[in-house]
Design a protein around this ligand. Structure first.
Ligand SMILES: [Zn+2]
Length: 177
């Protein structure tokens, strides 16, 4: 096994993107998400979520609301070993907001895995960039909002979460770029 852990973006990757969602009832998994995650759990990988939630810093969301939504995500998709949330927006200059590597590094530390044995899965370039900046691998699962240039720049692109898990479990190695 090449990887000890897989870390997922939340909005647009694990669940449909509802901007600044404060409503657990609005959580809707992306197609195949539960089955894809369960395959990784069965293979013994540790799982995490790495999510930008700038609505907290902007005063549009509270930590409690984000936590309630995250609980609903776990109820639908199963347990995660670590949750890493950045509450800042770009103007804060923090170390955690993707594309910076802070969330990925924190998730790796939380599950005691070296970043080189971790993979990040997300739907936009920020997710891929954060993973690579942390020294992890990265898989892009595009949605209609993903930019063509983000697809071209990604080291690995999968059509859906099942395809991402196929690559994580036994896909060919990708040269660093
Ligand atoms: Zn941050």
């Amino acid at each position: 096994m090449r990887f000890d852990a897989a870390f997922f973006d939340r909005d647009g990757t694990l669940v449909r993107d509802v901007p600044y969602n404060a409503a657990p009832a609005a959580v809707e998994p992306m197609p195949g998400a539960r089955a894809a995650l369960d395959r990784l759990r069965a293979a013994g990988l540790r799982l995490g979520v790495v999510t930008n939630q700038s609505g907290i810093g902007a005063g549009l969301l509270t930590y409690a609301q984000v936590a309630a939504v995250n609980e609903r995500v776990e109820a639908l998709l199963g347990p995660f070993d670590t949750w890493q949330v950045c509450p800042h927006d770009d103007s804060a200059g923090c170390a955690c907001r993707k594309p910076r590597p802070g969330l990925v590094l924190a998730a790796a530390a939380a599950v005691a895995a070296p970043p080189s044995r971790c993979v990040v899965v997300g739907d936009i370039g920020r997710d891929v960039a954060a993973g690579l900046a942390a020294g992890a691998a990265a898989v892009l699962v595009p949605t209609p909002v993903t930019l063509p240039k983000e697809v071209r720049a990604a080291p690995v692109v999968a059509a859906d979460l099942a395809g991402a898990v196929d690559w994580i479990l036994d896909g060919p190695a990708v040269p660093a770029r």
